[in-house]
Write a protein that binds this ligand. Structure first.
Ligand code: ATP
Ligand code: MG
Length: 205
């Protein structure tokens, strides 16, 4: 049986916080590959102010292309309208037979799981790997995760990875304010942002 990781996100832009947790989970769980899935029109975020899915998809490609076991899926960016995680994992489940799926999130995102569409179906298809995210320390994290596991009959593991206090929001803000973003994200992504003049003129939300 194959083991695939799924790493969903808006990736607006993708940064080393995303890449380091994906790589850590790949190694700790001996996964065959990680599929990065940039969202199309995410239900959890207002799409106002979100960079076009084309640019977010391209940046995700540039960030992952030197890693032999990182892939990028265009499934959500090609969907019309709102894309839900449940539809994506159902699609992967159908497409890749004999495969166990591990959905990777930060600890901020995992606690939001009850607000996702069809949480129980998602947890039926995927084991969740919640990675500690600095700045989102939660003293009752284990307890809250246990509650979600019980309520939706799922499996969620908490994993430690090198903690990088990097967020896309902070990167967008830095670009707007002419502050450095070097060493927060791959150079290819930085160059792509500069070349396409991203985040320069939009006051961050
Ligand atoms: P934004 O600030 O726009 O919300 P973000 O940095 O949170 O961006 P997302 O695309 O929202 O990035 O996150 C995708 C996934 O990566 C989420 O599960 C999130 O918890 C996780 N993640 C993002 N940054 C980190 C980080 N520095 N450490 C651990 N997990 C992270
Ligand atoms: Mg986020």
């Amino acid at each position: 049986m194959k083991k695939y990781g799924i790493m969903g996100g808006t990736f607006d832009p993708i940064h080393y916080g995303h890449l380091v947790i994906a790589n850590e989970v790949l190694s700790k769980y001996e996964l065959d590959k990680i599929i990065f899935v940039p969202t199309g029109n995410p239900p959890h975020k207002s799409s106002a102010g979100l960079t076009t899915s084309y640019h977010r998809y391209m940046m995700t490609q540039f960030a992952t292309m030197t890693h032999p076991y990182f892939d990028v899926s265009d499934y959500e960016v090609n969907q019309e309208g709102i894309s839900y995680t449940v539809d994506t994992v159902k699609e992967f489940h159908k497409k890749y037979s004999d495969t166990k799926f591990y959905f990777i999130t930060g600890t901020d995102a995992v606690l939001d799981l009850p607000n996702w569409k069809d949480t129980e179906v998602i947890l039926d298809i995927c084991t969740f790997i919640a990675v500690n995210r600095p700045g989102y320390v939660n003293n009752r994290l284990e307890e809250k995760i246990l509650d979600i596991e019980k309520k939706y009959h799922g499996e969620i593991f908490i994993v430690n990875a090198p903690q990088l206090q990097i967020s896309s929001t902070d990167i967008r803000r830095r670009i707007y304010m002419d502050r450095p973003i070097k060493y927060l994200l791959p150079e290819t992504v930085e160059q792509y942002i500069l070349k396409n003049n991203l985040y320069k003129d939009d006051e961050p939300l």
